[in-house]
Write a protein that binds this ligand. Structure first.
Ligand code: DC
Length: 225
C-alpha cells in the first residue's frame, strides 16, 4: 500500500494539529503544521517591526525556513533559530491572518509545503491544503466544530499562559479569525468540493483520528493502520 498524503483543513480550534499529530504517529507519517509556518513569518515581521505588506513579503521570501519533527510536534527554524516557543502568543495570533493574506507570503510557504509533501506519507494541517497546496491529496478532511466548542477548547489551552483572557475574548478572537481566514482573496479557508466534512464537536481527539482512519480505509481498502 502506498503512503498517503492526508490534508486536514478547517478553522481555528477544530483540533487539526492535535488530531494530525495522533494520526502521523499512528501511521508513522510525517506531520506538517502549515499554520506554524505562517505564524513564524508573523513572528519575524513583529520582531523586525515590519508593517508594510511588501516589506513582509520580501522578508518571507528571503527567510531561511526549516521545519523539523520534534517530540512535542513540529518545530520551525528561521535563519537558524528555533522560534517555535514564540509563535503562539496572542500578539502573533492577532496578526497572523493579516500576514497570511499576503499573496507573496502564501506563494513562498506553499512552495515549501509542496516540497515537504512530495514523497507522500504525510499529514498536513492548514486552511488551503485540499484546495490549493495539494489539490490531489489522497484524503481530504474538512474538520470543524461550532464556534462555541472551539472557543472552549482554545480557552483551556490559552488560560494556562494568559489568565487575563476571558472566554468571551477567546470566542471573539476565534470568530474574527474565522471571518478573516474565510474572506481573504487568496486561498480562503474553504472546504474542497471533494473533502469529507467532519464535525468533531462530540468527538474526542482520539475518536476524531479514528474517524479519519475509517475514511482512509473506506477509500483505500488495502489501507492498514
Ligand atoms: O492553524 P493556526 O491557527 O496555527 O494558523 C494560524 C493562521 O495561519 C490562521 O489564522 C490562518 C493562517 N493559515 C493559512 O492561511 N493557511 C494555512 N494553510 C494555515 C494557516
Amino acid at each position: 500500500m502506498k503512503k498517503l498524503s492526508i490534508a486536514i483543513d478547517g478553522p481555528a480550534g477544530a483540533g487539526k494539529s492535535s488530531v494530525s499529530k495522533i494520526l502521523a504517529a499512528r501511521l508513522g507519517y510525517a506531520y506538517l503544521d502549515t499554520g506554524a509556518m505562517y505564524r513564524a513569518v508573523t513572528y519575524e515581521a513583529i520582531e523586525r517591526k515590519l508593517v508594510d505588506p511588501e516589506a513582509v513579503a520580501a522578508m518571507a521570501e528571503a527567510l531561511d525556513m526549516e521545519v523539523l519533527p520534534g517530540q512535542d510536534g513540529m518545530h520551525v527554524i528561521t535563519d537558524g533559530r528555533d522560534v517555535t516557543p514564540f509563535i503562539r502568543t496572542p500578539e502573533v495570533s492577532g496578526r497572523v491572518s493579516e500576514v497570511s493574506a499576503i499573496g507573496r507570503v502564501r506563494k513562498a510557504m506553499v512552495a515549501l509545503q509542496r516540497k515537504q509533501a512530495e514523497k507522500g506519507g504525510i499529514v498536513l494541517d492548514g486552511r488551503d491544503i485540499g484546495t490549493t497546496v495539494l489539490p490531489k491529496a489522497d484524503i481530504k478532511i474538512f474538520l470543524t466544530a461550532s464556534v462555541h466548542i472551539r472557543a472552549v477548547r482554545r480557552f483551556k489551552e490559552l488560560t494556562e499562559g494568559h489568565p487575563e483572557m476571558t472566554m468571551e475574548d477567546v470566542e471573539k478572537e476565534i470568530s474574527r479569525r474565522d471571518y478573516l481566514d474565510s474572506h481573504r482573496e487568496i486561498s480562503p479557508l474553504k472546504k474542497a468540493e471533494d473533502a469529507v466534512l467532519l464535525d468533531n464537536g462530540e468527538l474526542t481527539l482520539e475518536g476524531t483520528a479514528e474517524a479519519i482512519i475509517r475514511i482512509c480505509r473506506s477509500k483505500f481498502p488495502g489501507f492498514d493502520a
